[in-house]
Design a protein around this ligand. Structure first.
Ligand code: NAD
Ligand code: DAU
Length: 350
């Protein structure tokens, strides 16, 4: 396949590009603006590979997007480019509307135009379970759960999902959509819970836990997600949505403990000393309490399911962060571990 991957210099996108090029032998063009969360360092493994090329393009720039698609002539677009961090969306929603809503619209329009000359072309829109809002103690999200996004991030992703669906229904563009739960693994930008806690534990810095730490997320190893995306692209039904998840619900406070145990295992650091770094801080505004995904559809129709054991995946991930300190230090200019997304600070600033 010839695959154009948007957001391929980010966390999930770079795992996808490595898989497509190195494991599957696909020809790949990575299209990425290289925002604070995207880096060519994430693509070192394919840097000189003849089957990989890179284009620094903003997905909101229609002309640049169109020429990239026309020049590369892909069979498939896998659209991952997005502003991805909930806390940043609280501080500054504008970028999220621009990239996630307008950028997705721009991608869909360019794809629609291109598809008129290229039969068999397909567009995968990669989205999140956060569009469904928050669950109580029981229940799971299915593909028919009504949308109820609570953060500017999830609202912008919900908007982009609706656009992708509409471009299929109205224009007949071959679109497939995935809504996935929380990913973890190597190369995740350290604003997110798992890398932040890992680096703070290693470096003996405070570990911020929002509120009571009993919020639940359904964690999926990034390489399992990548395999799911490939299944959906290859076998998904046009216009259909597929939920992807880890069947692995954990409270945040338990995640922190699992990471501390893994750091202790790899470095010999004292568990109790690391536990003393845990600080319960003000909760995230609009914080969703629980996410859980029902993956019956993708399991039954496309034969996909997660395979990475969580404790094993966390140990691998922690090992990666220990072994890749220069990668982490290189990011400290753009993000130094500070708290983001606090309404109090916004109000003070007014
Ligand atoms: P990330 O922030 O690590 O990477 C995003 C990438 O998009 C970066 O390389 C960035 O440079 C690029 N980008 C941002 N704005 C752009 C623009 N205007 N034009 C071109 N490129 C741009 O994010 P991630 O965690 O890898 O998430 C990738 C996708 O998967 C997103 O669409 C996200 O909503 C979705 N998703 C993420 C998770 C998760 O747990 N991380 C779960 C479900 C779905
Ligand atoms: O569910 C899928 C979504 O998962 C993706 O769509 C998003 O792109 C991705 O960022 C992620 O969103 P979350 O908000 O769930 O991830 P985050 O790592 O920011 O937070 C995970 C949980 O940990 C959440 O309940 C907030 C909490 N948290 C987070 C940070 C950064 C803390 O308690 N302390 C922290 O310092």
């Amino acid at each position: 396949m010839k695959v154009l991957v948007t957001g391929g210099a980010g966390f999930i996108g770079s795992a996808l590009v490595r898989h497509l090029v190195l494991a599957r032998g696909d020809q790949v063009c990575t299209l990425d603006k290289l925002t604070y969360s995207g880096s060519l360092t994430n693509l070192k493994a394919v840097e000189h590979h003849p089957a990989h090329q890179f284009a620094q393009v903003d997905i909101c720039d229609g002309q640049a997007v169109r020429s990239c698609i026309n020049d590369f002539a892909p069979d498939v677009v896998m659209h991952l480019a997005a502003e991805s961090h909930v806390d940043r969306s609280i501080d500054g929603p504008g970028e999220f509307i621009a990239t996630n809503v307008v950028g997705t619209y721009t991608m869909l329009e360019a794809a629609r135009e291109y598809s008129q000359q290229h039969s068999g072309f397909r567009f995968l829109h990669v989205s999140t379970d956060e569009v469904y809002g928050s669950l109580g103690r029981t229940g799971t999200f299915t593909e028919t759960t009504p949308y109820a996004p609570n953060s500017p991030y999830s609202a912008s992703k919900a908007g982009s999902d609706h656009l992708a669906r509409a471009w299929h229904e109205t224009y007949g563009l071959d679109v497939v959509i995935t809504n996935c739960s929380n990913n973890y693994g190597p190369y995740q930008f350290p604003e997110k819970l798992i890398p932040l806690v890992t680096l703070n534990a290693i470096n003996r810095r405070d570990i911020p836990v929002y509120g009571d730490g009993m919020q639940v997320r359904d964690w999926l190893y990034v390489e399992d997600h990548v395999l799911g995306l490939c299944q959906v692209v290859e076998k998904g039904r046009p216009g259909r949505t597929y939920n992807l998840g880890g069947e692995n619900e954990r409270a945040n406070i338990d995640i922190v403990q699992t990471i501390i145990d893994a750091v202790a295992l790899h470095t010999g650091q004292d568990v109790q000393q690391m536990q003393s770094l845990i600080k319960h801080v003000d909760d995230r505004p609009g914080h969703d309490r629980r996410y859980a995904i029902d993956i019956s559809r993708v399991r039954q129709e496309l034969n996909w399911q997660p395979t990475t054991d969580f404790e094993q995946g966390i140990r691998q991930t922690v090992r990666w962060y220990i072994d890749n300190q220069p990668w982490c230090e290189g990011l400290s200019e753009v993000y130094a571990g500070q708290r983001l997304g606090q309404l109090k600070q916004l109000q003070k600033g007014r």
